[in-house]
Write a protein that binds this ligand. Structure first.
Ligand code: 3PG
Ligand code: MG
Length: 398
Protein backbone atom coordinates (compact mmCIF):
# COMPACT_ATOMS: atom_id res chain seq x y z
CA UNK A 1 0.00 0.00 0.00
CA UNK A 2 3.03 2.27 -0.03
CA UNK A 3 3.42 2.62 3.70
CA UNK A 4 5.18 0.43 6.23
CA UNK A 5 3.69 -1.24 9.28
CA UNK A 6 5.20 -2.07 12.67
CA UNK A 7 6.20 -5.45 11.20
CA UNK A 8 8.61 -3.74 8.79
CA UNK A 9 10.46 -1.87 11.53
CA UNK A 10 13.26 -2.89 13.86
CA UNK A 11 11.90 -1.79 17.22
CA UNK A 12 14.10 -3.69 19.62
CA UNK A 13 15.65 -1.31 22.15
CA UNK A 14 14.22 1.68 20.27
CA UNK A 15 12.18 4.59 21.53
CA UNK A 16 9.13 4.74 19.26
CA UNK A 17 7.29 8.04 18.88
CA UNK A 18 3.65 7.10 18.41
CA UNK A 19 1.20 9.76 17.21
CA UNK A 20 -2.14 8.83 18.75
CA UNK A 21 -5.56 10.46 18.77
CA UNK A 22 -6.78 10.50 22.35
CA UNK A 23 -9.02 13.48 21.73
CA UNK A 24 -11.78 11.82 23.77
CA UNK A 25 -14.87 13.45 25.27
CA UNK A 26 -14.51 14.43 28.93
CA UNK A 27 -17.31 15.60 31.22
CA UNK A 28 -16.33 16.85 34.70
CA UNK A 29 -12.95 15.18 34.45
CA UNK A 30 -14.42 11.81 33.46
CA UNK A 31 -13.80 10.21 30.06
CA UNK A 32 -17.28 9.46 28.70
CA UNK A 33 -16.17 7.43 25.68
CA UNK A 34 -12.78 5.73 25.71
CA UNK A 35 -13.16 3.97 22.35
CA UNK A 36 -10.22 5.82 20.79
CA UNK A 37 -7.98 4.85 23.72
CA UNK A 38 -9.01 1.20 23.71
CA UNK A 39 -8.42 0.93 19.97
CA UNK A 40 -4.75 1.89 20.50
CA UNK A 41 -4.09 -1.19 22.58
CA UNK A 42 -2.77 -3.44 19.76
CA UNK A 43 -0.18 -0.85 18.74
CA UNK A 44 1.10 -0.32 22.26
CA UNK A 45 1.13 -4.05 22.95
CA UNK A 46 3.00 -4.89 19.73
CA UNK A 47 5.64 -2.17 20.19
CA UNK A 48 6.36 -3.34 23.73
CA UNK A 49 6.41 -6.99 22.64
CA UNK A 50 8.99 -6.14 19.97
CA UNK A 51 11.23 -4.53 22.59
CA UNK A 52 10.28 -0.93 21.77
CA UNK A 53 9.42 1.85 24.20
CA UNK A 54 6.30 3.82 23.18
CA UNK A 55 6.35 7.60 23.57
CA UNK A 56 2.95 9.07 22.82
CA UNK A 57 2.44 12.32 20.93
CA UNK A 58 -1.09 13.69 20.92
CA UNK A 59 -3.22 16.80 20.76
CA UNK A 60 -6.20 17.47 22.99
CA UNK A 61 -8.90 19.99 22.11
CA UNK A 62 -7.97 23.23 20.42
CA UNK A 63 -5.88 25.27 22.90
CA UNK A 64 -4.53 27.49 20.10
CA UNK A 65 -0.94 27.48 21.32
CA UNK A 66 -1.73 28.27 24.96
CA UNK A 67 -1.03 26.07 27.96
CA UNK A 68 -4.52 25.41 29.25
CA UNK A 69 -4.84 23.31 32.36
CA UNK A 70 -8.21 21.85 31.37
CA UNK A 71 -6.64 20.66 28.12
CA UNK A 72 -3.63 19.01 29.74
CA UNK A 73 -3.17 15.38 28.73
CA UNK A 74 -2.09 14.61 32.28
CA UNK A 75 -5.72 13.93 33.18
CA UNK A 76 -5.80 10.95 30.79
CA UNK A 77 -2.97 9.05 32.46
CA UNK A 78 -5.20 6.83 34.67
CA UNK A 79 -7.45 5.94 31.72
CA UNK A 80 -4.42 5.04 29.60
CA UNK A 81 -2.92 2.92 32.38
CA UNK A 82 -6.16 0.99 32.72
CA UNK A 83 -6.50 0.49 28.97
CA UNK A 84 -2.90 -0.53 28.33
CA UNK A 85 -2.25 -2.38 31.57
CA UNK A 86 1.15 -0.66 31.84
CA UNK A 87 2.68 2.15 33.80
CA UNK A 88 2.22 5.48 31.96
CA UNK A 89 4.65 8.30 32.73
CA UNK A 90 4.00 11.89 31.83
CA UNK A 91 6.22 14.75 30.62
CA UNK A 92 4.75 18.21 30.78
CA UNK A 93 6.05 19.26 27.36
CA UNK A 94 6.30 17.44 24.04
CA UNK A 95 9.78 18.85 23.29
CA UNK A 96 12.70 20.21 25.30
CA UNK A 97 14.74 19.07 28.31
CA UNK A 98 11.87 17.66 30.41
CA UNK A 99 10.64 15.52 27.53
CA UNK A 100 14.16 14.39 26.60
CA UNK A 101 14.97 13.38 30.16
CA UNK A 102 11.74 11.44 30.52
CA UNK A 103 12.31 9.73 27.17
CA UNK A 104 15.82 8.68 28.12
CA UNK A 105 14.82 7.23 31.47
CA UNK A 106 11.85 5.30 30.06
CA UNK A 107 12.10 1.62 30.97
CA UNK A 108 11.04 -1.43 28.92
CA UNK A 109 7.35 -2.14 29.46
CA UNK A 110 6.54 1.49 30.29
CA UNK A 111 4.78 4.10 28.19
CA UNK A 112 5.56 7.82 28.16
CA UNK A 113 2.82 10.34 27.40
CA UNK A 114 3.89 13.80 26.28
CA UNK A 115 1.90 16.96 26.96
CA UNK A 116 -0.60 18.32 24.39
CA UNK A 117 1.26 19.12 21.17
CA UNK A 118 -1.13 22.02 20.55
CA UNK A 119 0.28 23.89 23.57
CA UNK A 120 2.82 24.96 20.92
CA UNK A 121 1.28 27.39 18.44
CA UNK A 122 3.60 26.08 15.72
CA UNK A 123 2.18 22.54 15.86
CA UNK A 124 -0.81 23.38 13.68
CA UNK A 125 1.49 25.23 11.25
CA UNK A 126 3.37 22.00 10.52
CA UNK A 127 6.53 23.67 11.76
CA UNK A 128 9.65 21.59 10.96
CA UNK A 129 11.57 22.98 13.95
CA UNK A 130 8.94 21.75 16.39
CA UNK A 131 8.91 18.42 14.54
CA UNK A 132 12.68 18.19 14.87
CA UNK A 133 12.37 18.72 18.62
CA UNK A 134 9.92 15.83 18.79
CA UNK A 135 12.02 13.62 16.51
CA UNK A 136 14.99 13.94 18.91
CA UNK A 137 13.01 11.92 21.48
CA UNK A 138 12.95 8.67 19.51
CA UNK A 139 14.39 6.62 16.68
CA UNK A 140 11.21 5.50 14.94
CA UNK A 141 7.92 7.32 14.18
CA UNK A 142 4.64 5.42 14.13
CA UNK A 143 1.44 7.23 13.17
CA UNK A 144 -1.63 5.58 14.69
CA UNK A 145 -3.87 8.65 14.49
CA UNK A 146 -5.96 8.12 11.35
CA UNK A 147 -8.62 10.39 12.84
CA UNK A 148 -6.13 13.29 12.89
CA UNK A 149 -4.52 12.44 9.53
CA UNK A 150 -6.50 15.14 7.72
CA UNK A 151 -4.36 17.68 9.59
CA UNK A 152 -0.91 18.60 8.27
CA UNK A 153 0.67 19.32 11.65
CA UNK A 154 4.20 18.94 13.03
CA UNK A 155 3.28 15.75 14.89
CA UNK A 156 1.36 14.19 11.98
CA UNK A 157 3.20 15.34 8.86
CA UNK A 158 6.55 17.13 9.27
CA UNK A 159 7.88 14.57 11.74
CA UNK A 160 7.30 11.67 9.35
CA UNK A 161 9.98 13.13 7.07
CA UNK A 162 12.55 13.09 9.86
CA UNK A 163 12.44 9.50 11.11
CA UNK A 164 11.86 6.01 9.69
CA UNK A 165 8.07 5.94 9.73
CA UNK A 166 5.24 3.45 9.75
CA UNK A 167 1.52 3.10 10.35
CA UNK A 168 0.30 1.74 13.67
CA UNK A 169 -2.27 -1.07 13.94
CA UNK A 170 -5.27 1.25 14.20
CA UNK A 171 -4.13 3.37 11.25
CA UNK A 172 -3.62 0.14 9.31
CA UNK A 173 -7.09 -1.16 10.21
CA UNK A 174 -8.75 2.14 9.28
CA UNK A 175 -6.99 2.34 5.92
CA UNK A 176 -7.68 -1.30 5.10
CA UNK A 177 -11.37 -0.95 5.99
CA UNK A 178 -11.76 2.16 3.87
CA UNK A 179 -9.94 0.56 0.96
CA UNK A 180 -12.33 -2.38 1.18
CA UNK A 181 -15.36 -0.11 1.36
CA UNK A 182 -14.59 2.45 -1.31
CA UNK A 183 -11.15 1.90 -2.84
CA UNK A 184 -11.69 -1.61 -4.20
CA UNK A 185 -15.13 -2.59 -2.94
CA UNK A 186 -17.08 -5.69 -3.83
CA UNK A 187 -20.04 -4.54 -5.92
CA UNK A 188 -22.75 -3.48 -5.83
CA UNK A 189 -21.66 -0.82 -3.36
CA UNK A 190 -24.13 1.45 -1.58
CA UNK A 191 -23.30 4.68 0.18
CA UNK A 192 -25.65 6.02 2.83
CA UNK A 193 -25.25 9.75 3.33
CA UNK A 194 -27.31 11.69 5.81
CA UNK A 195 -27.01 14.72 7.99
CA UNK A 196 -28.29 18.24 7.87
CA UNK A 197 -26.80 20.01 4.92
CA UNK A 198 -26.01 19.34 1.28
CA UNK A 199 -23.67 22.35 1.29
CA UNK A 200 -21.24 20.70 3.72
CA UNK A 201 -21.25 17.42 1.79
CA UNK A 202 -21.05 18.58 -1.80
CA UNK A 203 -17.58 17.20 -2.41
CA UNK A 204 -18.63 13.97 -0.78
CA UNK A 205 -21.66 13.53 -3.03
CA UNK A 206 -19.59 14.47 -6.09
CA UNK A 207 -17.01 11.80 -5.31
CA UNK A 208 -19.52 9.11 -4.35
CA UNK A 209 -21.64 9.29 -7.49
CA UNK A 210 -18.53 8.36 -9.46
CA UNK A 211 -17.80 5.36 -7.26
CA UNK A 212 -20.96 3.77 -5.90
CA UNK A 213 -23.92 1.97 -7.45
CA UNK A 214 -26.56 3.27 -5.02
CA UNK A 215 -26.51 6.50 -3.07
CA UNK A 216 -29.10 6.58 -0.30
CA UNK A 217 -29.69 10.14 0.84
CA UNK A 218 -31.36 10.87 4.17
CA UNK A 219 -31.79 13.51 6.84
CA UNK A 220 -32.07 17.21 6.06
CA UNK A 221 -30.09 16.59 2.87
CA UNK A 222 -32.90 14.47 1.46
CA UNK A 223 -35.34 17.36 1.93
CA UNK A 224 -33.11 19.57 -0.19
CA UNK A 225 -33.28 16.99 -2.98
CA UNK A 226 -37.07 16.57 -2.63
CA UNK A 227 -37.45 20.35 -2.85
CA UNK A 228 -35.19 20.41 -5.91
CA UNK A 229 -37.55 17.90 -7.54
CA UNK A 230 -40.37 20.37 -6.99
CA UNK A 231 -41.95 18.69 -3.96
CA UNK A 232 -43.27 20.76 -1.05
CA UNK A 233 -41.20 20.38 2.14
CA UNK A 234 -43.10 22.79 4.42
CA UNK A 235 -40.99 23.96 7.35
CA UNK A 236 -38.50 21.12 6.99
CA UNK A 237 -34.79 21.68 7.31
CA UNK A 238 -33.73 22.15 3.68
CA UNK A 239 -31.35 24.39 1.76
CA UNK A 240 -33.48 25.87 -0.95
CA UNK A 241 -30.56 27.80 -2.44
CA UNK A 242 -28.90 24.45 -3.19
CA UNK A 243 -31.67 23.53 -5.64
CA UNK A 244 -29.59 23.89 -8.82
CA UNK A 245 -26.71 22.02 -7.24
CA UNK A 246 -29.01 19.16 -6.24
CA UNK A 247 -30.44 18.98 -9.78
CA UNK A 248 -26.90 18.88 -11.17
CA UNK A 249 -25.88 16.09 -8.78
CA UNK A 250 -28.90 14.02 -9.84
CA UNK A 251 -28.06 14.49 -13.54
CA UNK A 252 -24.41 13.57 -12.99
CA UNK A 253 -25.38 10.51 -10.98
CA UNK A 254 -27.61 9.32 -13.78
CA UNK A 255 -24.82 9.77 -16.31
CA UNK A 256 -22.43 7.86 -14.05
CA UNK A 257 -24.87 4.97 -13.58
CA UNK A 258 -25.40 5.71 -9.88
CA UNK A 259 -28.95 5.38 -8.57
CA UNK A 260 -29.87 8.09 -6.07
CA UNK A 261 -32.38 6.82 -3.54
CA UNK A 262 -34.60 9.44 -1.92
CA UNK A 263 -37.49 8.81 0.50
CA UNK A 264 -40.81 8.03 -1.19
CA UNK A 265 -42.69 8.47 2.08
CA UNK A 266 -41.84 10.66 5.04
CA UNK A 267 -42.60 11.08 8.73
CA UNK A 268 -43.95 14.58 9.26
CA UNK A 269 -44.37 16.44 12.57
CA UNK A 270 -45.21 20.02 13.42
CA UNK A 271 -42.55 20.33 16.09
CA UNK A 272 -38.88 19.39 16.30
CA UNK A 273 -39.32 17.49 19.57
CA UNK A 274 -39.17 13.93 20.85
CA UNK A 275 -42.53 12.22 20.52
CA UNK A 276 -44.05 15.19 18.66
CA UNK A 277 -47.37 14.25 17.04
CA UNK A 278 -46.56 12.91 13.59
CA UNK A 279 -47.95 11.18 10.51
CA UNK A 280 -46.59 9.22 7.59
CA UNK A 281 -47.24 10.87 4.23
CA UNK A 282 -46.14 10.38 0.62
CA UNK A 283 -42.93 12.34 0.02
CA UNK A 284 -44.76 14.88 -2.15
CA UNK A 285 -47.48 15.64 0.41
CA UNK A 286 -45.72 17.55 3.18
CA UNK A 287 -48.11 20.28 4.40
CA UNK A 288 -47.01 23.94 4.77
CA UNK A 289 -46.77 23.64 8.57
CA UNK A 290 -45.09 20.22 8.49
CA UNK A 291 -41.52 19.22 9.14
CA UNK A 292 -40.02 16.05 7.66
CA UNK A 293 -38.15 14.34 10.51
CA UNK A 294 -37.57 10.84 9.15
CA UNK A 295 -38.00 8.53 6.19
CA UNK A 296 -41.21 6.47 6.23
CA UNK A 297 -41.79 2.67 6.29
CA UNK A 298 -41.98 2.30 2.50
CA UNK A 299 -38.62 4.05 2.17
CA UNK A 300 -37.17 1.78 4.85
CA UNK A 301 -38.34 -1.26 2.89
CA UNK A 302 -36.66 0.12 -0.23
CA UNK A 303 -33.38 0.76 1.61
CA UNK A 304 -33.40 -2.73 3.10
CA UNK A 305 -33.94 -4.24 -0.36
CA UNK A 306 -30.99 -2.25 -1.70
CA UNK A 307 -28.81 -3.51 1.15
CA UNK A 308 -29.89 -7.07 0.24
CA UNK A 309 -28.60 -6.53 -3.29
CA UNK A 310 -25.37 -4.89 -2.12
CA UNK A 311 -22.07 -6.46 -1.16
CA UNK A 312 -20.69 -3.30 0.43
CA UNK A 313 -22.26 -0.45 2.41
CA UNK A 314 -20.40 2.67 3.47
CA UNK A 315 -22.28 4.95 5.83
CA UNK A 316 -21.88 8.57 6.90
CA UNK A 317 -24.72 10.50 8.51
CA UNK A 318 -28.06 9.53 10.07
CA UNK A 319 -31.20 9.12 7.94
CA UNK A 320 -33.50 11.21 10.13
CA UNK A 321 -33.56 13.29 13.31
CA UNK A 322 -32.05 10.31 15.14
CA UNK A 323 -31.54 12.20 18.40
CA UNK A 324 -35.34 12.49 18.80
CA UNK A 325 -37.49 9.41 19.37
CA UNK A 326 -39.26 8.02 17.39
CA UNK A 327 -37.60 9.84 14.49
CA UNK A 328 -34.64 7.50 14.78
CA UNK A 329 -36.73 4.69 13.24
CA UNK A 330 -35.32 4.73 9.70
CA UNK A 331 -31.74 5.00 10.93
CA UNK A 332 -32.26 2.14 13.38
CA UNK A 333 -34.07 -0.15 10.95
CA UNK A 334 -31.52 0.37 8.18
CA UNK A 335 -28.60 -0.04 10.59
CA UNK A 336 -30.00 -3.28 12.01
CA UNK A 337 -30.52 -4.62 8.49
CA UNK A 338 -26.92 -3.82 7.54
CA UNK A 339 -25.77 -5.45 10.78
CA UNK A 340 -27.79 -8.64 10.13
CA UNK A 341 -26.49 -8.97 6.56
CA UNK A 342 -22.95 -8.42 7.81
CA UNK A 343 -23.40 -11.08 10.49
CA UNK A 344 -24.61 -13.47 7.80
CA UNK A 345 -21.43 -12.84 5.82
CA UNK A 346 -23.30 -11.19 2.95
CA UNK A 347 -22.14 -7.63 3.38
CA UNK A 348 -19.09 -5.55 4.19
CA UNK A 349 -20.31 -2.57 6.23
CA UNK A 350 -18.17 0.39 7.19
CA UNK A 351 -19.30 3.53 9.00
CA UNK A 352 -17.68 6.67 10.32
CA UNK A 353 -18.29 10.21 11.52
CA UNK A 354 -19.17 11.39 15.03
CA UNK A 355 -22.96 11.54 14.63
CA UNK A 356 -23.06 8.37 12.61
CA UNK A 357 -21.26 6.31 15.21
CA UNK A 358 -23.47 7.73 17.98
CA UNK A 359 -26.55 6.77 15.94
CA UNK A 360 -25.29 3.26 15.18
CA UNK A 361 -24.34 2.71 18.80
CA UNK A 362 -27.82 3.83 19.88
CA UNK A 363 -29.42 1.40 17.43
CA UNK A 364 -27.38 -1.48 18.85
CA UNK A 365 -26.13 -2.28 15.33
CA UNK A 366 -22.57 -0.96 15.57
CA UNK A 367 -21.12 -4.13 17.08
CA UNK A 368 -22.02 -6.16 13.99
CA UNK A 369 -20.63 -3.72 11.43
CA UNK A 370 -17.48 -4.88 9.67
CA UNK A 371 -15.69 -1.73 10.74
CA UNK A 372 -16.55 1.41 12.68
CA UNK A 373 -14.07 4.19 12.14
CA UNK A 374 -12.77 6.24 15.06
CA UNK A 375 -12.59 9.24 12.75
CA UNK A 376 -14.95 12.15 12.14
CA UNK A 377 -13.46 14.76 9.83
CA UNK A 378 -10.76 12.45 8.49
CA UNK A 379 -13.34 9.79 7.51
CA UNK A 380 -15.35 12.39 5.64
CA UNK A 381 -12.31 13.78 3.83
CA UNK A 382 -11.25 10.27 2.86
CA UNK A 383 -14.76 9.59 1.49
CA UNK A 384 -14.49 12.86 -0.43
CA UNK A 385 -11.51 11.36 -2.23
CA UNK A 386 -8.96 13.70 -0.65
CA UNK A 387 -5.39 12.77 0.16
CA UNK A 388 -4.86 12.88 3.92
CA UNK A 389 -1.52 14.60 4.69
CA UNK A 390 -0.78 12.33 7.65
CA UNK A 391 -1.18 9.26 5.45
CA UNK A 392 0.67 10.75 2.49
CA UNK A 393 3.64 11.57 4.73
CA UNK A 394 4.01 7.88 5.62
CA UNK A 395 4.63 7.10 1.95
CA UNK A 396 7.88 9.10 1.87
CA UNK A 397 9.50 8.41 5.20
CA UNK A 398 12.85 9.89 6.18
C1 3PG B 1 -11.06 14.72 16.07
O1 3PG B 1 -11.41 14.68 17.25
O2 3PG B 1 -11.85 14.66 15.12
C2 3PG B 1 -9.58 14.74 15.79
O3 3PG B 1 -8.86 14.50 16.93
C3 3PG B 1 -9.17 16.03 15.12
O4 3PG B 1 -9.37 17.13 15.96
P1 3PG B 1 -9.41 18.58 15.34
O5 3PG B 1 -10.67 18.66 14.51
O6 3PG B 1 -9.40 19.53 16.48
O7 3PG B 1 -8.19 18.73 14.46
MG1 MG C 1 -12.72 17.20 14.45
Amino acid sequence: MGWKTLDDMDLNGKRVLVRVDINVPIVDGVVTDSTRIRRLMPTIRDIIAAGGRPILLAHFGRPGGERRKNLSLNQLVPTLERAFGTRVLFADDCVGPAAEEAAESLQPGEVLLLENTRFHATETKNDPTLAAGMARLGQVYCNDAFSAAHRAHSSTEAIARLLPSCAGRLMQAELEALEKALGKPERPVTAVVGGAKVSTKLELLGNLIEKVDYLVIGGGMANTFLAAKGMPVGKSLAERIMKDTAVEIMAKAEAAGCTIVLPTDVVVAEKFESHAAHQVLPADRCPDEGMILDAGPESITTIKAIFEKSRTVIWNGPLGAFELEPFDAATNAAALKAAALTRAGKLVSVAGGGDTVAALNASGAAGDFTYISTAGGAFLEWMEGKTLPGVAALMQDG
